[in-house]
Design a protein around this ligand. Structure first.
Ligand code: UD1
Length: 284
């Protein structure tokens, strides 16, 4: 039997758990079908997201393999959080010596994982490569550009992403592999219909509400933006269901935002619950 490929997957934030679930499932299938060329995957969880409803619920619901390493980095400024991740990821990579590192998306965990690996000459694969907002004030945009420029394999969700990379001169190792988040919706929709009780719990009728989420720094931290968004919610003809990220909850505690009765603020909900909320919303 040939030697297994040793892969370290780095995740830390909510959307990465969803993406990693799909890829870990594909790795397990590959290993079952190709016992001669197995991929030995270990997950590093940076701890960027740590509340139970921001992290553990995804591992439980989506049956993601338990992380081999939990770095417990937690929240902080960009520099402090990314620096702590770099330090701790490097230590794991030095002791585990993987053949490849796999990163997802555009969070600080993506950036730290890619930089730590490339400095140790470990090849990096990036899932969701090539996405661009063309707004360099977004921290995610910087994370994307850096991760893409140092990755060896760039797995793009669309042709547009492939073109974005080409415009930056990145053409080697670029593949359009499709959208892993779409795979995830297809795979989990039926399970969500069977398992989720969110409509009953919230006493919601199908098509009888709008769904909103709100957490990007440009929306929460720029003066007046949050107030303008809530003013728009106030004009909605239907109730607005708003599962709220802790970042937004914390920002709102310090601001006087006019509340409207038909905006229902919830704690963050699980992936299967959000699929059902999306499917039954009039719009979002
Ligand atoms: C991060 C990503 C963003 C992604 C989002 C998914 C970056 C730069 N941004 O943003 O691209 O869309 O995750 O949700 O990496 N907090 C808690 N509990 C937690 C996690 C966070 O209370 O479990 C609070 C903390 O006050 C923290 C704040 O939320 O300071 C922001 O968290 P952070 O991970 O820094 O950024 P996100 O806004 O989640």
């Amino acid at each position: 039997m040939s030697k297994a490929i040793k892969l370290i997957t780095i995740v830390g934030a909510r959307p990465q758990f969803v993406k990693a679930a799909a890829v870990s499932r594909a790795i397990a299938r590959h290993n079952a079908e190709n016992p001669g060329t197995p991929v030995d995957e270990t997950i590093i969880h940076t701890g960027q997201h740590y509340d139970a409803n921001m992290s553990q619920v995804f591992f439980d619901e989506l049956k993601i393999p338990a992380p081999g390493h939990h770095l417990g980095v937690g929240s902080g400024s960009h520099g402090r959080q990314t620096g702590a991740m770099l330090d701790k990821i490097e230590q794991v990579l030095l002791s585990d010596r993987p053949d490849w590192v796999l990163v997802y998306g555009d969070t600080n965990s993506t950036l730290a994982g890619a930089v730590a690996a490339v400095k140790l000459h470990i090849p990096v694969a990036h899932v969701e490569a090539g996405l661009r907002s063309f707004n360099r004030k977004m921290p995610e945009e910087i994370n994307r550009i850096v991760a893409d420029s140092i990755s060896d394999v760039l797995m793009c969700p669309t042709d547009t992403a492939v073109k974005n990379l080409a415009r930056e001169g990145v053409t080697r190792g670029v593949h359009n592999v499709g959208d892993v988040m779409y795979d995830s919706v297809l795979f989990n929709s039926e399970l969500a219909s069977k398992q989720s009780r969110i409509l009953e719990t919230l006493k919601l009728e199908s098509n009888g509400y709008f769904l909103a989420t709100l957490h990007r720094a440009e929306n929460t931290d720029e003066a007046g933006r949050l107030e303008a968004i809530f003013a728009a919610f106030a004009k909605s003809p239907l109730p607005v269901i708003l599962p709220l990220h802790p970042r937004t909850q914390k920002v709102m505690q310090g601001r006087s935002i006019a509340m409207v009765p038909h905006v229902r603020i919830l704690d963050p909900v699980s992936y299967l619950d959000v699929l059902i909320l999306e499917k039954n919303a009039r719009g979002f």
